[in-house]
Ligand binder design. Sequence first.
Ligand code: CA
Ligand code: CA
Length: 188
Amino acid sequence: MRRTIVGILLLAILALAGVAKSHFTDTAISKGNTVTTAEFDIAISKDGKRFYNELKLFDLSNLLPGEKKNVTFLVKNRGTVTMNRLTLTLNVRNYEVKMSPAEKAVDSTPEKGELGKWLVLKTISVNGKPVLVNKTLDELSGKTISLPVKLKPGEKAEVRMTFDLPVEAGNECQTDGIDVTLRLDASQ
Ligand SMILES: [Ca+2]
Ligand SMILES: [Ca+2]
């Protein structure tokens, strides 16, 4: 019996509160206010037509001692802010494609390639401005190289890397391969 009374009282209070709220109201709303950050986006391309965030840039095969090879690609600032610093980081993994008979005689590590010990990155040129590197890919692996360029929004630059397999490279790096990952980092 007591419970019922309590129940009824509560209902009455709620009803009164409802009544008390019924008066004129008005609200002003401001929607769509935004704060956005600038876009920072660097992209690469082989031919300058389409740019990508990730792209395989080269495949140098059947290299011989004494040969030089150029790899050319383009970088573009696709964002809205000037990139004042651009760096290139190489990561190199050596592997054996196979062990040729001549190689077997001088190479005691069939599971590990030796090409990175010999293959030299001579220079990196950006828009024709050369940076002398002259280090083997094994020495460069994990290292960061500063590129002499600033890119305004929408601007592109041509990067040319010149590789050289010295004549002294011996049979231990016959039929060896290297897998190179290039990473470009841009900052304000
Ligand atoms: Ca080996
Ligand atoms: Ca080898």
